[in-house]
Design a protein around this ligand. Structure first.
Ligand code: AN7
Length: 350
């Protein structure tokens, strides 16, 4: 049978008229077990990556966007609008094109990874850039969304988080239960809230016996929740989570408390190190923001945090190809040789 996307898979949780469903068959992403990274770093855990970069537009945003755009289509809106550090705009543009709607996108100038901008553009979104960060862009779109033909598809839109819960459902289906710990990057803090709601919903239905501790990670230069105040000028190489005033701040703090987890920070150095390690040891290329979750696992393991053999899921939120410039910057330049095998063989040790 053709996999139908999350709305048709979880029909009771995501109500919308059948004729309004806008899907790119998102979801059903693999849960992929770390073999070499856990071994090399001596991590005493069963570590799984939820590969959200394998969604149709290359990030977890597709789960929320299929539902938000379907509901917008059902309600008869002409256009969707979002502010974005990149992935939301890529997903909004793709789903709007599928729905025959207009996507309006407002981004912080110069701070959106190239792959994401390319996606918004090729799907035909109208892309605007502002001098200022994500938070400034969000203020603009909130005002435009007051227009009767336009609706907001940032994660303030409750349909987004309802769709994103589906990732937690899938994890429980894959493992047969919730994991002991769930590690996740935090930007606007919507995803951590969505996962928790998803785990709780399956727990209440008796489909999961336990609930995970939710462990969120912000980038140290953009860590308003950790520092307890708005960051006026957030900075981090992980541009996806370069957010100084998260939309779901309060709700995320409640999740950390209720799940007996926490929200902490990892430095750009730790993020980039994890980014390279998962690519070079486990063969998976995620974007820098996604690696914040793995950096968090490594950091907590160093502090002896985990009980032995605990199951840990890390959400790898977006594909590495989203941000090719960062990958190239983190790697040695290609070695120039004359077109000869001899010269190549002289330069390597086998
Ligand atoms: C790869 O696209 O906010 O904590 O505008 O793209 O739910 O915000 C992206 C966020 C993590 C943080 N990883 O998730 C946007 C945007 C990646 C992301 C996050 C984002 P939230």
């Amino acid at each position: 049978m053709l996999y139908p996307g999350i709305i048709r898979k979880y029909r009771d949780d995501l109500p919308v008229a059948e004729s309004s469903i806008v899907t790119l068959h998102e979801g059903n992403t693999p849960l992929f077990q770390s073999i070499r990274l856990v071994k090399e770093l001596n991590l005493p855990i069963q570590l799984y990556y939820k590969l959200e970069g394998l969604n149709p537009t290359g990030s977890f945003k597709d789960r929320g966007m299929t539902y938000a755009v379907s509901k917008a289509h059902e309600a008869g809106f002409r256009a969707v609008i979002c502010a974005s550090t990149g992935n939301t705009s890529a997903a909004a543009a793709a789903y709007a094109s599928r729905a025959g709607m207009l996507a309006l996108v407002v981004i912080p100038k110069g701070k959106v990874a190239r792959g994401k901008l390319a996606q918004a553009q090729i799907h035909g979104a109208k892309v605007f850039q502002v001098d200022g960060n994500f938070d400034a862009a969000l203020n603009v779109v909130k005002e435009v969304a007051e227009h009767p033909k336009v609706t907001l598809v940032n994660s303030i839109n409750p349909h987004r988080l309802m769709g994103q819960q589906s990732a937690a459902f899938e994890i429980v289906e894959s493992l047969g239960d919730a994991p002991d710990y769930h590690f996740i990057p935090v930007g606007n803090a919507g995803n951590i809230v969505a996962y928790w709601r998803g785990y709780k919903a399956f727990h209440e239905k008796g489909l999961a016996k336990k609930l995970p501790q939710m462990c969120g990670f912000q980038a140290a230069g953009s860590a308003p929740i950790v520092e307890g105040h708005i960051i006026e000028h957030p900075e981090t190489v992980a541009t996806a989570i370069r957010i100084g005033n998260p939309a779901n701040w309060k709700a995320a703090e409640e999740v950390a408390i209720e799940s007996q987890g926490f929200i902490k920070a990892v430095t750009d150095e730790e993020i980039l190190s994890a980014y390279k390690q998962v690519a070079q040891l486990d063969g998976y290329f995620c974007e820098p923001a996604s690696a914040a979750s793995i950096a968090g696992v490594i950091k907590m393991a160093e502090q002896g945090f985990f009980k032995k053999n605990a199951s840990v899921v890390c959400t790898l939120t977006g594909h590495g190809l989203k941000d090719p410039d960062q990958a190239i910057e983190q790697s040695p330049a290609p070695i120039h040789i004359s077109a000869s095998s001899e010269e190549l063989l002289k330069l390597i040790k086998l």
